[in-house]
Write a protein that binds this ligand. Structure first.
Ligand code: FAD
Ligand code: UDP
Length: 376
């Protein structure tokens, strides 16, 4: 007799949510993870009472009430609202996303009409240039940014930051990347348009612990080290690791971007006054500095802890042995991924889910939404 109904490879948000819902339906699940902790990329490590986001800043946001209720039923979330600040090449600070505060700081404009006129003046130049070349739709990120928001904001807040983050010129990047960012004609620094956002009270580990409660988890356990054995313990497998690795890299290796974190603990209660500071100049080698305590402490609460922890984020190319973070959805990688995806059609006993197995840039809420689909 098989020991488990379901083997789940990976204890990240996809694996943990799947395990939780299967367990609730009476399935006997085993979760394995090659890391020494559960939670995948949302894992936090406590330093001086501060939850440090070990794999990059994570802010939960969604407009889906079902998803918000679900995560809050596992652990209540706080009221954190993401409002990053940009430190620009000209040495000035700007509010993000692009909104009336940004436009006032950039041009001194005070009303939406003045701001729109300034943006339109710059947008029109870019649109005319494209038209002269016979181009209708923006062909790349640079054209998209210039026709959306104009050259001043592109030069000060977008170009260098994007090139550092992706390691490629903006003219070689797809336009859709920049469409994620809201452009607002109001004085509103909320980075997201969603109805709900926040951080689990007590940190993301509470979310993962809650999801995995009552479920057997084995850490430091790599599926590929004993593949035959793991395949024999359950009829159904949920695989959330790299899809190319699952198929022995037979069509070639998929590429990723990754981030190197330089973490510093400091004996000061408030280093930068905000959780996220983007450095949008190429002269600064890191893309962002995260000050973790601001995700969970607000106002004067910040000063109750004399310590702070910051992480400088250096965006880099991914090589074997590093954590794969962002799929590079360019033509080459998409074509390779599609070949692997075709193979999954024959492996009907395996659910391939999450950022690595689906080779897709998923935020946390869409990951949960994906898992819900298996439990309708
Ligand atoms: P993962 O978290 O990668 O989990 C996969 C797990 O599988 C890992 O624990 C891994 O160790 C394990 N595994 C892999 N291979 C094997 C194997 N062979 N054997 C055993 N175990 C294996 N989303 C947001 O909504 N808001 C944000 O602000 C946000 N910020 C982000 C910042 C960064 C830098 C990154 C990289 C992502 C961010 N995300 C954010 C996205 C979020 O991290 C993902 O949506 C989510 O973590 C994906 O969960 P997952 O389970 O698919 O993958
Ligand atoms: N971006 C930028 N300047 C910023 C912040 C973002 O140019 O200060 C661009 C950049 O190209 C980035 C994209 O907007 O890849 C999307 O930003 P988001 O913060 O959503 O990206 P994430 O860090 O979540 O990948």
């Amino acid at each position: 007799m098989l020991k488990y109904d379901c083997l789940i490879v990976g204890s990240g948000l996809f694996g943990a949510t799947y395990a939780h819902l299967a367990h609730a339906r009476g399935k006997k699940c085993l979760v394995i993870d090659k890391r020494s902790h559960a939670g995948g990329n949302i894992y936090c490590e406590e330093v001086e009472g501060i939850n440090v986001h070990k794999y990059g800043a994570h802010i939960f946001h969604t407009s889906d009430e079902k998803i918000w209720s679900f995560v809050n039923s596992i652990v209540p979330f706080n009221r954190y609202t993401n409002s990053p600040i940009a430190h620009a090449p000209n040495g000035k600070l700007y509010n993000l996303p692009f909104n009336m505060n940004t436009f006032h700081q950039m041009w001194g404009v005070k009303t939406p009409i003045e701001a729109q006129a300034k943006i339109d003046e710059q947008r029109c130049k870019a649109i005319e240039k494209m038209r002269a070349e016979g181009v209708i739709e923006p062909r790349n990120l640079e054209e998209q940014a210039l026709t959306l928001i104009g050259s001043d904001i592109y030069e000060q807040l977008i170009k260098d930051y994007t090139e550092k983050q992706w390691g490629r010129p903006c003219v070689d990047l797809p336009a859709f990347i920049i469409r994620r960012l809201p452009v607002r004609m109001t004085f509103d620094n909320n980075y997201f348009n969603d109805s709900y956002q926040g951080i689990p009270i007590g940190g993301y580990n509470k979310l993962i612990e809650g999801l995995l409660q009552g479920i057997e988890v084995r850490l430091d356990t790599d599926f590929f080290e004993q593949r035959n054995y793991w395949e024999s313990v359950a009829n159904q497998i949920v695989f959330t690791g790299k899809i190319d690795e699952y198929y022995g890299y037979r069509f070639g290796k998929l590429e990723y971007r990754t981030v190197r974190f330089e973490q510093v603990k400091m004996n000061t209660p408030n280093y930068q006054g905000n959780a996220v500071m983007n450095y949008t100049s190429k002269d600064v080698p890191y893309t962002r500095i995260i000050e973790h305590k601001h995700f969970e402490k607000f106002g004067m609460e910040i000063y109750e802890n004399p310590w702070t922890v910051i992480s400088k984020e250096y965006s880099t190319e991914w090589y074997d042995g590093m954590e794969p973070f962002y799929p590079v959805n360019d033509e080459r990688n998409t074509a390779i991924y599609e070949k692997y995806r075709a193979l999954t059609m024959h492996d009907t006993h395996v659910v391939f889910g999450g950022r690595l197995a689906e080779y897709k840039y998923y935020d946390m809420a869409p990951i949960i939404s994906r898992v819900f689909k298996y439990f309708k």
